[in-house]
Write a protein that binds this ligand. Structure first.
Ligand code: C2E
Ligand code: CA
Ligand code: CA
Ligand code: CA
Length: 274
C-alpha cells in the first residue's frame, strides 16, 4: 500500500514538474522569439460578402521554432498574457503588420489591417503612444487600421476604455468587437463605446443550417449591427453554403477557411470565389 501511495505521489509531482518545465521552456521560447525575429505574422483574408473582393486581412501571430515549424497562439497566448510578454509580442505584430500594410499600399492594394489586441496590452499605458508612433513611422493611413478587442475588455475600467477608444477613433482607427456574442456581457456597452464592427464568433457560423437558433442569433447580430450603423463580419466560414446563407442574413464581410487559411503575405489574393 505504501508503495502504491509513494508511486502515486511521485507520478503526481513529476507531472507538476514537467508542466512547470514546459511552461518555463515556452516562456524562454517566447522571450527569445522576440529578440531573434521569430515572431511571424500570417494574414487571413476578409472579403466582401457580395463580391468576394478582398477588403481586409486579419494578422495572426505565430512563433517560429528552430525546425521552422510554427507554434499556434492557442498554445502561447495564455502564458504570454500571464507573464505580460504579450506586450512586446503584440508590439512586434504591430510593426510586422504595418511594414506589410505599407508594402501593399505602395503596390496600390488598398486593404485594411486588423490586429488582435489583448486586454493586457490595451491597458498598458504605452500602448496608445506606441501605436501612434508606429502609424507615423511606417506612414500608415489610420483609416486602414482596425483593432480587434474582446468583450472582456469592457469588464473593468469602462470609462478609461471609452477614453482610449475615442482617442484612437478620432485618428481614424476602427475598433471591432471580436468573438461577439460569446462574452455574456451586457449589451448596453455598445451604446457607450465608439465601436465600428461586430465580428460574429465562429461557433455560431459552424452550426448554421444545422441548428435554427444559431441562424436566429446571426440574424439578430447583423440586425443589431445594421441598426446601430455598424458593419458585421462572420468568421469561421468553411463552406459555400455558409457563405451564401450569411450573405442572405445580411452579414457585410466574410472570413474563413472556405476562402483562405491564414497565409504568408505573398499568398494573399485580390479576390476570392463566392
Ligand atoms: P481569433 O481572433 O478569434 O482568430 C480567429 C481564429 O480562427 C484564428 O486562429 C484563425 O486561424 C481561425 N480560423 C479562421 N478561419 C477559420 C475557419 O474557417 N474555421 C476554423 N475552425 N478556424 C478558423 P489562430 O490563428 O490559431 O488564433 C487563435 C487566437 O489567438 C485568435 O482568435 C486570437 O484570439 C489569438 N491571436 C492570434 N494572433 C494574435 C495576436 O497577434 N495578438 C493577440 N493578442 N492575440 C492573437
Ligand atoms: Ca480576431
Ligand atoms: Ca474571433
Ligand atoms: Ca477567439
Amino acid at each position: 500500500k505504501t508503495d502504491v501511495m509513494r508511486e502515486g505521489f511521485c507520478f503526481y509531482s513529476e507531472d507538476m514538474e514537467s508542466k512547470f518545465i514546459s511552461r518555463r521552456r515556452l516562456y524562454m521560447q517566447l522571450k527569445s522569439a522576440i529578440a531573434a525575429n521569430n515572431v511571424i505574422a500570417l494574414y487571413q483574408p476578409i472579403v466582401d460578402a457580395n463580391t468576394g473582393s478582398l477588403k481586409a486581412v486579419e494578422a495572426l501571430m505565430r512563433i517560429r521554432e528552430q525546425d521552422d515549424s510554427l507554434i499556434s497562439p492557442i498554445e502561447f497566448i495564455p502564458l504570454a498574457e500571464e507573464t505580460r510578454l504579450i506586450i512586446p509580442l503584440g508590439e512586434r505584430m504591430i510593426q510586422l503588420a504595418f511594414e506589410q500594410l505599407k508594402r501593399w499600399c505602395d503596390d496600390g492594394l488598398n486593404i485594411r489591417m486588423c490586429l488582435n489586441i489583448s486586454p493586457i496590452q490595451f491597458f498598458d499605458p504605452h500602448f496608445v503612444p506606441f501605436l501612434l508612433k508606429a502609424i507615423d513611422e511606417y506612414h500608415i493611413n489610420p483609416k486602414m487600421v482596425e483593432l480587434e478587442v474582446t468583450e472582456s475588455l469592457m469588464l473593468d475600467s469602462l470609462q478609461q476604455v471609452i477614453r482610449d477608444m475615442e482617442q484612437l477613433r478620432e485618428m481614424g482607427i476602427s475598433i471591432s468587437i471580436d468573438d461577439f456574442g460569446t462574452g455574456f456581457s451586457c449589451l448596453s456597452y455598445l451604446k457607450e463605446l465608439p465601436v465600428d464592427v461586430l465580428k460574429i464568433d465562429k461557433s455560431f457560423v459552424a452550426q448554421l443550417s444545422i441548428e435554427k437558433p444559431d441562424e436566429i442569433l446571426v440574424k439578430t447580430i447583423t440586425t443589431l449591427a445594421q441598426s446601430m450603423g455598424l458593419k458585421s463580419v462572420a468568421e469561421g466560414v468553411e463552406s459555400l453554403d455558409q457563405a451564401r446563407r450569411l450573405k442572405e442574413l445580411g452579414v457585410s464581410y466574410l472570413q474563413g477557411y472556405y476562402f483562405s487559411r491564414p497565409v504568408m503575405a505573398n499568398e494573399v489574393r485580390g479576390s476570392y470565389d463566392l
